[in-house]
Ligand binder design. Structure first.
Ligand code: FES
Ligand SMILES: [Fe+2]
Length: 459
C-alpha cells in the first residue's frame, strides 16, 4: 500500500472525496456546480480519470525516430514520451528518482539519455539509472531498480495515436475504443496512405475546468449563437449560407447531421451527411483563405479532373470525434485538453499534414499542405476563442453558490428523439445533449471505481 492509499483509506480525512455522493452530484438531467469547481474532485479526477482510463498522450509522428522524445502530461504527472534506443514507445515519469525534480526541461528532442540538471544523475531512455556523480559517496547498491525512473505501465497506440493508462485492469486499447475506432479509421483513411503527421500547434490556456471543453466537444446547440461572428465572416463573400458551418443557422435538427455516443465517454458529431458527395464538395465549403484562388487555378491546370478531390484534402473534415477524457479530432486538427488546475486548462490544437504515399507526388503534397495550413488557421483563431469565452464565463457563473445545477436535458424524454442502436450506440439530433449525459455516466463510473493503478520500473 502506498502512503497515498493509506491516507485515502481514512475516509474522515478532510479534503478527500470518500464521502461524496456521486449519484447526487451527477443526475440524469443535471450536474452539480461542485463537479466543476471543487478542488477535491479535481484532485480525485487526476487519479480516477487521468490514470484510471486510457488517456491520449501524443502522436507517433512526433517521435518518429529512435531516441526521439517529447514532454507531455498524464493529468498533472509530467511525462517524457520517448521512442527508446530499441524503438519501443515508453511514457517515462519526468521526475528524477533522487529528489524529484523534472529531469527533462525540453519540449522535444533526440537523446539516448537524460541527465538531471540538479545533481547530474543520468538515466537511459528506457528509464534505467545509468550512473550518478561520485558513486563512492553511496553505501548501497545504486543498481537497485527503485532508482530507475517510474513509467506508465500500459502504453498502446491506435493507428499512430498513443494512449496510456495506469490501470492494470483496463481493457486493451482497441477494445476500449470500440466503435469510435471505426470513425477514427474514416478520419485517417481519407488521407493518402491512411495517415497524417502532426505539425506545430495553436496553444490556448483558459481559466475554467477541463470538462467544460469536453462538454462542448459534441455540442451542436451553441454553434449558431456562440459562433455567430465566425459564421458571418465565413459567409460575407459567399452566397446565402454557402460556407463553413452555415448549416447550423436554420433548424439544425432537421439536417442529416447527427451525434452518436459510442460508449466509454466517446462520441462524435457527424456533419458529413450535410455535404454534397462529389469531388470538391468539401473544398466548396471553405471560406476565403489567403492564396486559395491561386492554388485552385494551379491545381486545375496541373491535375485536371483530379484537382477537386485533391483540394478536398485541404478542406476541413466536417466531423468532431471525441475520445474521453482529453482528445478531439476536429476538422483536420488533433485537439488535446490538458487540465492545469480545477479552474485552468490548456487546449492545444495540433495541425496535421498529409504525407506522400506515391499517389500525388511531393509537389502536390507540399501544396496541399500549404493550403491545409491556411484552412487549419481558421477555426482555432476565429472559433475556439468564442468557446473559451463561454468556458471562462461558465466558471464565473458557477460562483453563484446557491444556484447549484447545470442542466443537460435537451432531448431527454421526447419520444423517438434519442435512439439506442442494435450495437448499443446512441444516436440523437445534432443539438441534443445526449452525448453529455452519457459521458457524465462514464465520468461517474470512473469516479466511483477503485481502479487497479500502478507504475512500473525497469528491473
Ligand atoms: S534531483 Fe536529480 S540528481 Fe538530484
Ligand atoms: Fe464551439
Amino acid at each position: 500500500m502506498t502512503v497515498r492509499e493509506k491516507l485515502a483509506a481514512q475516509s474522515h480525512r478532510l479534503g478527500g472525496t470518500a464521502l461524496y455522493d456521486w449519484d447526487y452530484l451527477v443526475q440524469e438531467d443535471r450536474a452539480h456546480r461542485l463537479v466543476y469547481t471543487d478542488p477535491a474532485i479535481f484532485e480525485a479526477e487526476m487519479t480516477q480519470i487521468f490514470g484510471g482510463t486510457w488517456t491520449y498522450l501524443a502522436h507517433e509522428s512526433e517521435i518518429a525516430n529512435v531516441n526521439d522524445f517529447i514532454t507531455r502530461r498524464l493529468g498533472l504527472r509530467p511525462l517524457i514520451i520517448v521512442r527508446d534506443a530499441e524503438g519501443k514507445v515508453r511514457a517515462l515519469y519526468n521526475r528524477c528518482t533522487h529528489r524529484g525534480t523534472t529531469l527533462c526541461r525540453w519540449d522535444k528532442g533526440n537523446s539516448k539519455s537524460f541527465q538531471c540538471p540538479y545533481h547530474g544523475w543520468n538515466f537511459l531512455n528506457n528509464g534505467r539509472l545509468r550512473g550518478v556523480p561520485w558513486p563512492d559517496g553511496y553505501a548501497g547498491d545504486m543498481r537497485d531498480p527503485k532508482y530507475n525512473l517510474a513509467q506508465v505501465p500500459r502504453v498502446e497506440s491506435y493507428r499512430g495515436f498513443i494512449f496510456a493508462t495506469l490501470n492494470l485492469d483496463a481493457l486493451p486499447l482497441t477494445e476500449h475504443l470500440g466503435p469510435i475506432a471505426t470513425v477514427i479509421d474514416e478520419w485517417l483513411d481519407r488521407n493518402p496512405g491512411g495517415r497524417v503527421v502532426v505539425c506545430e500547434a495553436n496553444r490556448f490556456r483558459f481559466k475554467a475546468n477541463w470538462k467544460l471543453a469536453y462538454d462542448n466537444s459534441c455540442d451542436g446547440y451553441h454553434v449558431a449563437y456562440s459562433h455567430r461572428s465566425l459564421l458571418e465572416t465565413e459567409n460575407r463573400f459567399a452566397g446565402e449560407n454557402a460556407k463553413g458551418m452555415a448549416y447550423y443557422r436554420n433548424s439544425p435538427d432537421t439536417q442529416p447531421m447527427y451525434m452518436r455516443y459510442t460508449g466509454r465517454g466517446n462520441h462524435y458529431k457527424d456533419k458529413r451527411p450535410n455535404l454534397e458527395k462529389r469531388p470538391g464538395g468539401l473544398w466548396a465549403l471553405e471560406s476565403a483563405h489567403p492564396g486559395m484562388e491561386h492554388y485552385e487555378a494551379d491545381f486545375i491546370s496541373r491535375y485536371g479532373d483530379r484537382a477537386f478531390s485533391l483540394l478536398d484534402l485541404a478542406g476541413s473534415e466536417p466531423v468532431n470525434i471525441n475520445v474521453f477524457p482529453n482528445l478531439s479530432l476536429l476538422g483536420n486538427h488533433i485537439q488535446v485538453f490538458e487540465p492545469v488546475s480545477v479552474d485552468e486548462t490548456n487546449a492545444i490544437w495540433y495541425g496535421t499534414m498529409i504525407v506522400d504515399d506515391g499517389s500525388i507526388g511531393a509537389d502536390g503534397v507540399r501544396d496541399i499542405n500549404a493550403l491545409r495550413m491556411r484552412t487549419q488557421e481558421g477555426f482555432p483563431n476565429f472559433g475556439e476563442v468564442d468557446d473559451i469565452a463561454n468556458f471562462e464565463q461558465i466558471q464565473r457563473g458557477l460562483f453563484a453558490i446557491e444556484d447549484e445545477w447545470v442542466y443537460m436535458h435537451r432531448g431527454l424524454g421526447i419520444p423517438d428523439r434519442v435512439k439506442t442502436n442494435d450495437d448499443g450506440t446512441i444516436t440523437a439530433p445534432a443539438t441534443d445533449e445526449a452525448f453529455m449525459r452519457e459521458h457524465f455516466k462514464e465520468w461517474k463510473r470512473l469516479m466511483q471505481t477503485r481502479a487497479n493503478l500502478a507504475i512500473r520500473r525497469e528491473p
